[in-house]
Design a protein around this ligand. Sequence first.
Ligand code: UTP
Length: 275
Amino acid sequence: MIKKCLFPAAGYGTRFLPATKSMPKEMMPIVNKPLIEYGVDEAIQAGMTDMCIVTGRGKHSLMDHFDKNYELEHQISGTSKEALLNDIRDVIDSANFTYIRQHEMKGLGHAILTGRALVGDEPFAVVLADDLCINKEQGVLAQMAALYKQFRCSIVAVEEVPADETHKYGVIAGEALTDNLMRVTDMVEKPEQGTAPSNLAIIGRYILTPDIFDIIENTPPGKGGEIQITDALLQQAKSGCVLAYKFDGKRFDCGSVEGFIEATNYCFENIYQHS
Ligand code: UTP
């Protein structure tokens, strides 16, 4: 039912400088696969076919990754290494990739609004590739797409975080519908220490209904002077319904060095095919 998945990937990735000076953060590999490919795999597993990527200056390697490299293909054709390209070939064959540039870094809300030209007027998923989510049975986006079928409203994935970390996230408050589903009643972007409405942090997986675009257009800059998706979602929650879903799976914050190393170790032990 949801065909399009938007990947805001225009950020500077400053926490990984100097690695991200000329290389997109989303292309940093967890073992042998770039972060964004994990996100695309998850979207394909959820039945999505159109990957809409919001890029910025210096992000050409993202586009090259999801395209054929004829010289490389020719070079390793028929050799024992050819199989190493199987996964990415399948990805390229299974999905369409479209790109749009965000000219100024005005925040995640603004990056999502920039994607409007690619998404159009239909519900869509959003993946922040630096949040790596692993569930070998059913990926987090597939779990959320199934919920969307039932509820037909925007859904954010949330995770319990320690109280001393809530200031790094958008944090929600809500009324429980089931053990792992809530109706959002409040949402605060990066609350000051000790002021968070709960310890449920929004992570980088969303399903959004297209009315969010008009709401973002009317959302003034918030925390950090950026247009925050959290502020727009609170508006949507007040005028309609937004759900918060405690997903089933593991999440690694690969936007931080510690999370990136943790994810690397986990994937090397549990996912990487050792030859
Ligand atoms: P982050 O703030 O985590 O990413 O934004 P960043 O800015 O790249 O990283 P640091 O903090 O400087 O290390 C969350 C996501 O939103 C995208 C980023 O690319 C990232 O995937 N984003 C953020 C945009 O695409 N445009 C923006 O204006 C802001």
